[in-house]
Design a protein around this ligand. Structure first.
Ligand SMILES: Cc1ncc(COP(=O)(O)O)c(C=O)c1O
Length: 375
């Protein structure tokens, strides 16, 4: 029997890269320059340039990139940070870790990204930061966010973890807001082999603060003089060496993801709600998310057919136990809440085959049709 079709299968990606990756690891270990070594420095520069930002600072993971950014901007107790309710928990962790208050808003029903008018309405005198999350590989609508934030001195920190390489009106994410955080977790469009992350900005002072904070709050030149609250969160040199190899393939992989997403959309037709495409956006399809009231049935049938699927995310951020103390109630963000019950992520990665995409789509269609005929 064929292997289970995984939601993300990196074994296929690794096979053709194996020799190069192993040689890169050997190169790092031969050089033994492991603390912010040449690969880390080069990757930071290459990635920042790609995003259209001046500085890149490699860190341990995407959550750290968010948290260090918040500390660097001086976000703390009494400050409010606006972010969408449909997202991964990392932004909330960072906001709570610095002692600030998360303020959730609903998502736009078509883009699944932060709703612009609700963001505008959520701004108060205490709002210090907005964190739009470029969810599923599609950029958030950045222009109106920047326009509402700038005059009020509100910082815009992009969470671009799910959108490496995505474009918004011709500009790449990671270089549009005041700064950006990227996870480079191994399942991302560009991921290391394990944990990794990077922070980008064009603000020199903020880049320097993040630089210090990731190495115990000291400047490299005055190593044991710890000036500000620091952490230990440096991008690992071996990860950086491997990321540089993978980075060369990112555009090609993203194009393949877009092609498989387009095929899913074509095959699924109107059996389920498929993601919309938007003319000014070049998405990178981190995940392919469909919507159907028969979500749980479809998920179960896919598994019976040996096909994995995912839910990004089953519990909205405002209804999680970790945010219960904030006092949000069910019903406050109806789009996010409804979608949480209906969304399903199908397998998506560059190395899929047409036969696999067709098999997944056919299983979804037959399950939805069977459910409709029972009703
Ligand atoms: C939108 C988003 N933000 C932040 C993170 C956190 O990144 P990490 O897992 O690298 O800490 C992730 C993914 O893991 C994510 O998808």
């Amino acid at each position: 029997m064929a292997d289970r079709l995984k939601l993300v299968d990196l074994r296929r990606q690794y096979a053709p890269l194996r020799e190069e990756i192993l040689a890169a690891i050997d190169g790092v270990l031969t050089d033994m320059n492991l603390n912010l070594g040449p690969n880390t420095r080069a990757f930071e520069q290459e990635w920042a340039e790609y995003c259209g930002a001046k500085y890149g600072r490699g860190v341990d993971n995407g959550t750290d990139a968010l948290q260090l950014a918040m500390y660097a901007y001086g976000i703390g107790p009494g400050d409010e940070v606006i972010t969408p309710a449909n997202s991964f928990v990392a932004v909330v962790e960072a906001i709570l870790a610095v002692g600030a208050t998360p303020v959730f808003v609903d998502i736009n029903p078509e883009t699944y990204n932060i709703d612009i008018e609700q963001t505008r309405a959520a701004i108060t005198d205490r709002t210090k930061m907005i964190v739009p999350v470029h969810l599923y590989g599609l950029a958030a609508d950045m222009d109106p966010i920047m326009e509402m934030a700038k005059p009020k001195g509100i910082i815009v920190l992009e969470d671009a973890s799910q959108a490496q390489g995505a474009k918004y009106k011709g500009r790449r994410v990671g270089g549009i807001g005041d700064s950006a955080a990227f996870s480079l977790y191994y399942t991302k469009n560009l991921g290391g082999y394990g944990e990794a992350g990077i922070f980008t900005t064009s603000d020199e002072a903020i880049a320097e603060k993040v630089d210090m904070m990731r190495q115990h709050g000291a400047r490299p030149a005055t190593r044991y003089k710890h000036e500000i609250l620091g952490f230990n969160s440096r991008l690992d040199e071996i990860q950086a060496a491997m990321l540089r190899i993978k980075f060369r393939h990112l555009e090609e992989w993203n194009a393949k993801r877009r092609a498989w997403a387009a095929l899913y959309t074509q095959l699924l037709g109107d059996a389920v709600v498929t993601p919309k495409r938007f003319p000014d956006y070049e998405e990178v399809n981190y995940v392919y998310v469909i919507r159907t009231p028969n979500r749980d049935e479809v998920k179960a049938k896919l598994l019976e057919a040996d096909i994995e699927s995912g839910i990004h995310y089953p519990i909205p951020l405002h209804l999680l136990p970790v945010t219960a103390h904030l006092g949000y109630k069910e019903g406050q963000f109806p789009v996010t809440e409804q979608y949480a019950k209906e969304i399903l992520s199908l397998p998506l990665y560059a190395e899929l085959t047409e036969e696999e995409v067709t098999r997944v789509a056919n299983t979804v269609i037959s399950t939805v049709r069977a459910a409709a005929s029972v009703r």
